[in-house]
Design a protein around this ligand. Sequence first.
Ligand code: AMP
Length: 372
Amino acid sequence: MNIIKLQDLYFKPYINKEKITTIVKYLAKSVKADLPKGEIPIFVGILNGCFLFAADFIREFNGDCEVSFVKLASYEGTSSSENVKHLVGINEDLTGRTVIILEDIIDTGATLQEIYNIFKDKNVKQLRVATLFFKPDVFKKELPIDYIGQSIEDKFIVGYGLDYNGLGRNYPEIYQLSTTPKMKNIVLFGPPGAGKGTQAAFLKEMYNLVHISTGDVFRFNIKNKTALGILAKKYMDEGNLVPDEVTINMLKAEVEKNADSNGFIFDGFPRTESQAAALDTFLAEKGEQINGMVALEVSEDILVTRLLERGKTSGRADDTDEAKIRNRFNEYNTKTAILKDYFQAQDKYYGINGVGSIEEITQRITTVFDTL
Ligand code: AMP
């Protein structure tokens, strides 16, 4: 899930498909469990927002029932300025029936109250309300809400039938109103030795971004003999990846330290799919996102030569021994290279030829950076 833009507003991922399915299943099961044996209920969906929820709910309910939809229409009376509300779409005789109203979301409860009053006059046997989402902080009515899928905070949401100015109903997940992304966040990607660090040093100046190299942060910690450094060292010296949890927490802390920046160049992170997913979620929570992955593409043989050359002066234990270098490539090929697909699937992958002079490569990267 990504940040989406609907007209002038940005929305960030909030509740995913799996979670929605779980909530709908729970609601259908609860409603069914409370019905007397043999009772055939009429489900009444409140349009437009409930159409996806109602469809999924009724499939999950999986029993005899009738289904109807209503819409609360409001129009200005001709002789007065008073708002007249009436229900469109209900033709059935509801006398003696069990009616269950299906709502996608209840916030103040004003709409529901109108609908509830109209149904109360129809001699129904029982009137119940099931809602997918409920905003307890703004609900102002005395109405009983019999079934609540999930209570949520008072923020505007879209997706799964819910709209903003008519848009967004088609998304299978729920998104929450976000602030406009302000940052430019780039993942600088490529195998060990591709030149990420060298290029990042230029790019951070040119674009006024904060450069976070997870490798550098680890090395800084090792040098200062911190607990994190001691832990990371045994992995790094062998050319293995440091465990995800450790790395992700460290990365988050680095981002938090620079919360006011224009954006970040992530160098050496993410390196696994779970790091990529954690980064997406973390940024989305801030109303931010990755704008693109810029990848330096260089063949492995050139890289091994480059790294051995660098090892003569870098003082890095993982640069001096060919077996350890090969292991880093092995880690890269088995765990990291797949991130190309991950970002490609989001239309965010930009491959760049990483062979040439430093200036040539910077030039190639800036051409892409300028478009992000
Ligand atoms: P680098 O300076 O990016 O080549 O990273 C050097 C070493 O630091 C790697 O071989 C790993 O042992 C460790 N490291 C750096 N970034 C990460 C990461 N995102 N996930 C796991 N380990 C990392």
